[in-house]
Design a protein. Structure first.
Length: 297
């Protein structure tokens, strides 16, 4: 029987206590259909000493919610898992670089379209004012490069004071009006194959599309341009991926641009998957076969 560990939030982090157990049970039900045994364990229990994960055939970091608030330990954990050669999927090296949104700049250098972005080691009022002048945008978004779930994300209008600014490295982007009119679309890939897609819209008056802010979700069929962008993003990533959620929106010219490539702990939106998680289960089973080949089992 395949032994799978699902990494979960730190026990001290109560932010998601009302939701992550539900997501875990949904994942367990999907994975157990493949005959796997699933064990949940906090990622914070395996930061410096990875031996507690050594007996698992596969380690899924898919519910490590809150890692962005303990980023230094997260990086240390990724290094420990890499050094130990653990069967983490996605690979621990991916978990490291994908935890800082500066990866978007590297993807842009490979031709992936992203919104115009100003990168800074510490955002200031002067930088915000300059971004308004340079872009001509009526609204800007300011957020830390290490974040999740709209953490410390600000929407600013010209002349509005920068208060409660993100600490440390940050990014400044023009606000895409399409977020309100068309929403953000997420394409879910398992084992490199498209599984399903979900459109996410904010409630009127808000810009945050996450469920905790009342986001409205709908299953959709992505158009050819959206699928092409998602495939372009995946092709620009060198490491093998068990799962990926590619989030995109339309810019003011109407073209799709990458908002984020979620490769650590994305919500898979399995309740909106017509196949009810079968694609994810199949990809996990195939991952197990590849791991057996590598170990000679």
């Amino acid at each position: 029987m395949t032994q799978i560990a699902v990494l979960t939030p730190a026990p001290s982090d109560r932010s998601y206590i009302g939701r992550w157990p539900e997501v875990l049970e949904r994942l367990k039900a999907t994975l157990q259909e493949t005959g796997a045994a699933v064990t949940a364990t906090p990622w914070t229990d395996h930061v410096e000493d990875a031996s507690g994960l050594a007996g698992y055939d596969l380690i899924l970091p898919v519910i490590v919610w809150g890692y962005h608030r303990d980023h230094a330990r997260w990086l240390k954990a990724c290094a420990s898992w890499t050094k130990a050669g653990l069967p983490v999927a996605n690979p621990a090296e991916v978990l490291r670089w994908n935890s800082d949104k500066s990866y978007l700049a590297r993807l842009a250098q490979k031709g992936v379209p992203i919104p115009p972005t100003l990168w800074t080691d510490g955002v200031t009022q002067e930088q915000v004012d300059a971004a308004f002048a340079e872009t001509g945008a009526p609204v800007l978004i300011v957020k830390p490069t290490v974040s999740a779930g709209a953490f410390r994300t600000l929407r600013l209008s010209p002349g509005e004071a920068l208060t409660e600014a993100p600490e440390g490295a940050a990014m400044i982007q023009p606000y895409l009006k399409s977020i309100e009119t068309e929403g953000e679309t997420s394409l879910l890939f398992f084992g490199g194959r498209l599984s399903h897609a979900v459109n996410k819209r904010p409630v009127p008056g808000d810009f945050r599309i996450q469920m905790q802010f009342g986001g409205l979700y709908t299953a959709v069929t992505p158009d050819a341009e959206a699928l092409a962008l998602a495939e372009q993003v995946l092709a620009a990533i060198d490491e093998p991926l068990l799962y990926a959620r590619i989030d995109m929106a339309r810019d003011d010219a109407g073209r799709w641009v990458l908002m984020e490539a979620e490769l650590i702990e994305p919500d898979f939106y399995l309740d909106y998957d017509p196949a009810n998680g079968a694609g994810f289960a199949r990809a996990v089973a195939q991952q197990g076969v590849r791991a057996d080949d590598l170990t000679g089992v």
